[in-house]
Design a protein around this ligand. Structure first.
Ligand code: FAD
Length: 493
């Protein structure tokens, strides 16, 4: 136990990670702390990261953020899921929506009822039994009471940083502009004592958050914490991003379009669209990827396309000594399921829960690292699933993905689902219904269903399935169009 009380918190980096951490710490436990954030205007931020998942709503509730104000400030729209295009087979789609599909009975999940229904010709597509999926396809949206639509947001990443900065500064966070040149360690403990900036300023602290993005100046540059490389499971290592003018009303979902060597995202905001392509440099050059992206956008580009290189994996320890890595400094998982901002939030909330005001204890550090590892590994496996299970054997890239040896836990989940239709959520992990939606969406149809379904006659099963579907259809038909809702609720001036 390091008995030094934590009074001074230094956040190195002012991207989405830095400002999320600053706003959350300042707003919740900041009264007795001195919080400084150092960022370099010259270096800037990564400039992407615009699609989110529903947990952002709960994080905003913690910060007492007004949703309409947030959406106006970030030019945001609502997101009900991700449409995966050409992933299972070329020119076939499915939507991974944020809601749950159908109704469960205690013994068996809805998929078992659907499976028998499908075999008997009584059921339609799996997604037709999910409220969010049907609303997304029909481009409808409203905030419904009583666990209505589960939703997330699309937002402008730069504006989001500015929005959080205002909150953080209003709660007393001190922003220092400058470039960090040195990270100074205590020669006995190896703890970080201060950051030196190129302008001669020195920023001292008790606890340091490394939010310096892929540079990882503190956790790796100074503390040499080590990196666990996962690129043998997830081949992609590059992205090109470009923003375009909007030429259609914004859809309430992200698009993920598979190409021969990777995939492309489209994130519709109120005023523009965020686009990018994620790829593996072993199978395509940066120039060819850029051309593919530019050939597959709708509006006029409003930014220059820029290439981002990355390495998939994570730090061996997210918390080491008196430094916690948050955001891209802690590792990288491709944005296929928009999980990166969620992982930032998780780390920040975990830190709030374990805040070491009385000094840093090794037990806290160990617990923090174990929990964070679990989050990262389950998210990683969920992403690998998309690359492993599909029928795309038409290009070397997709064949390579299909033939990769996957982590044991994921192999077990896939086998269990294939043989029995069973899928279980483990230790409160992030993804629940999503496992099933993606496995079925990617073309994995279980070979058997739970015997409890046979207690229903075919007529009863048909009534059960039709009832769920018609309830969803009626609810969705009564909703306003997504665009109409946005215009009324949070349209930018
Ligand atoms: P950065 O934005 O890189 O910020 C780093 C900060 O550190 C900057 O302020 C910089 O100035 C500062 N800094 C660095 N070095 C120094 C120095 N020497 N001195 C002073 N300051 C310094 N996430 C999602 O949730 N959804 C998505 O849709 C999504 N899409 C993505 C697409 C791509 C192609 C990529 C690469 C990432 C995507 N992400 C997405 C991830 C998301 O962008 C990041 O998690 C998020 O932006 C946080 O980044 P960051 O703050 O860690 O790093």
């Amino acid at each position: 136990m390091n008995t030094n009380q934590v009074k001074k918190v230094v956040i190195a980096g002012g991207g989405t990670a830095g400002w999320i951490a600053a706003a959350a710490i300042a707003k919740t436990i900041g009264k007795n702390l001195e919080i400084t954030l150092v960022e370099s205007d010259e270096i800037g931020t990564v400039g992407v990261g615009e699609a989110t998942i529903p947990t952002l709503q709960y994080f905003h509730q913690l910060l007492k953020i007004n949703e309409a104000e947030f959406l106006k400030a970030t030019h945001g729209t609502f997101k009900l899921g991700i449409n995966f295009e050409s992933w299972r087979n070329k020119n076939e789609d499915y939507l991974h929506a944020f809601g749950t599909t159908g109704n469960d009975c205690w013994a068996a999940g809805f998929q078992h009822f659907w499976l028998k229904g499908k075999q008997k010709g009584l059921a339609s597509d799996f997604g037709d039994y999910c409220l969010e999926q049907v609303a997304a396809v029909k481009e409808k949206f409203a905030q419904l009471p009583n666990n209505g639509l589960n939703y997330a947001y699309h937002m402008d990443a730069t504006r989001y940083g500015q929005f959080l900065r205002k909150i953080a500064e209003s709660c007393g966070v001190n922003r220092v502009e400058g470039k960090i040149s040195d990270v100074n360690l205590n020669s006995e403990t190896g703890f970080i004592e201060s950051l030196s900036l190129t302008n001669g300023t020195e920023v001292q602290g008790d606890l340091f958050l490394d939010c310096t993005g892929q540079r990882a100046l503190l956790i790796e540059g100074a503390l040499h914490t080590g990196f666990e490389d996962w690129s043998h499971w997830l081949l992609n290592n590059s992205a090109v991003a470009v923003q375009t003018e909007s030429v259609e009303t914004p859809k309430p979902y992200t698009r993920s379009i598979a190409h021969d060597f990777g995939w492309q995202w489209r994130i519709p905001l109120q005023h523009r669209v965020g686009n990018g392509i994620v790829y593996c440099s072993q199978y395509v050059s940066d120039e060819e990827a850029k051309q593919t992206l530019l050939n597959n956008i709708d509006g006029k580009p409003i930014t220059e396309p820029f290439v981002i290189k990355y390495r998939t994996g994570m730090r061996r320890k997210h918390w080491h000594k008196n430094c916690i890595a948050v955001g891209l400094s802690s590792g990288f998982l491709e944005p296929l399921e928009s999980t990166s901002i969620h992982l930032i939030q998780q780390s920040v909330v975990r830190l709030l829960r374990m805040f070491p005001q009385q000094g840093i204890s090794e037990d806290d550090v160990e617990e923090f690292n174990q929990q964070t590892r679990f989050d990262w590994e389950t998210t990683r496996d969920f992403i690998i699933l998309h690359y492993k299970v599909h029928n795309r054997d038409d290009t070397p890239f997709w064949r390579h993905c299909q033939n990769i040896d996957i982590p044991e836990g994921l192999a077990h989940r896939i086998k269990l689902f294939k043989n029995t239709g069973r899928v279980f959520r483990k230790n409160n992990e992030l993804f629940d219904d999503s496992w099933m939606q993606v496995m079925i969406g990617q073309g994995l149809i279980p070979e058997s269903y739970h015997p409890i379904v046979d207690n229903m006659s075919d007529d009863e099963l048909k009534r059960f399935l039709d009832h769920i579907k018609s309830n969803i259809t009626n609810t969705v038909n009564a909703l306003p169009a997504h665009k109409q809702f946005v215009d009324k609720y949070c349209l930018i001036k």
